[in-house]
Design a binder for this molecule. Structure first.
Ligand code: ZN
Length: 156
C-alpha cells in the first residue's frame, strides 16, 4: 500500500478551495524564504530575505558563520512553514474544512470532489439546485458566481 500523506482542506467563500499538504514540505526547507514568496506570503518571505541579507553582510569575512546562518534561516523557514501558511490562509478569509489522508494530492482532490458533490446534493432539495449555464456543474439556485468555473451568473 502507498504511503498516506495528510492534507488539509481550506475554503474561501469566493475563491477556490485550497488543499495543503500537512506532512513535511521539503520545498519549504530547500527554498526557505523564496518558498514563502512563491506561496504569496510576501511579508514573511521578503522580510526574512532582507533581514538575513543585512545580518550576513555584517559578518562578512567569516564564510563558515555566514553559511551556518543561511542554513539556520532555511531550517527555521521549513520548520515553521505549515503553521505560518495556515495562519496566512485564515487571515485571508479561508476556513478550515477537514483533513484528508491520501497517497497523493490528486487523490485528495478527487476524494474531496466526490464528497463535496455528495454533500451539496444531500443537503439541498432539487428545487434549490440548478445547472451552471457555462460548465454544466450543479450549483445553488441563488448563486451569483459559479464555484466550479468562476463565471459570473448575474442575470443568468
Ligand atoms: Zn460553471
Amino acid at each position: 500500500m502507498d504511503k498516506l500523506n495528510i492534507y488539509e482542506l481550506y475554503h474561501h467563500p469566493i475563491r477556490e478551495y485550497v488543499i495543503m499538504e500537512k506532512s513535511l514540505d521539503i520545498y519549504a526547507y530547500l527554498l526557505g524564504p523564496f518558498w514563502f514568496c512563491y506561496k504569496r506570503m510576501w511579508t514573511i518571505g521578503v522580510g526574512v530575505l532582507v533581514a538575513s541579507f543585512i545580518i550576513i553582510s555584517f559578518i562578512k569575512g567569516n564564510l563558515v558563520v555566514q553559511m551556518m546562518l543561511c542554513a539556520a534561516v532555511f531550517l527555521l523557514c521549513g520548520f515553521n512553514f505549515d503553521f505560518l501558511y495556515q495562519r496566512h490562509l485564515r487571515n485571508h478569509g479561508y476556513k478550515y474544512i477537514k483533513m484528508y489522508s491520501a497517497p497523493s494530492l490528486d487523490q485528495a482532490v478527487l476524494d474531496f470532489n466526490r464528497e463535496f458533490q455528495q454533500y451539496s446534493t444531500e443537503c439541498l432539495n432539487e428545487s434549490e439546485l440548478r445547472k451552471c449555464p457555462y460548465c454544466a456543474e450543479t450549483i445553488k439556485m441563488d448563486a451569483i458566481y459559479c464555484k466550479h468555473c468562476q463565471q459570473s451568473l448575474i442575470g443568468r
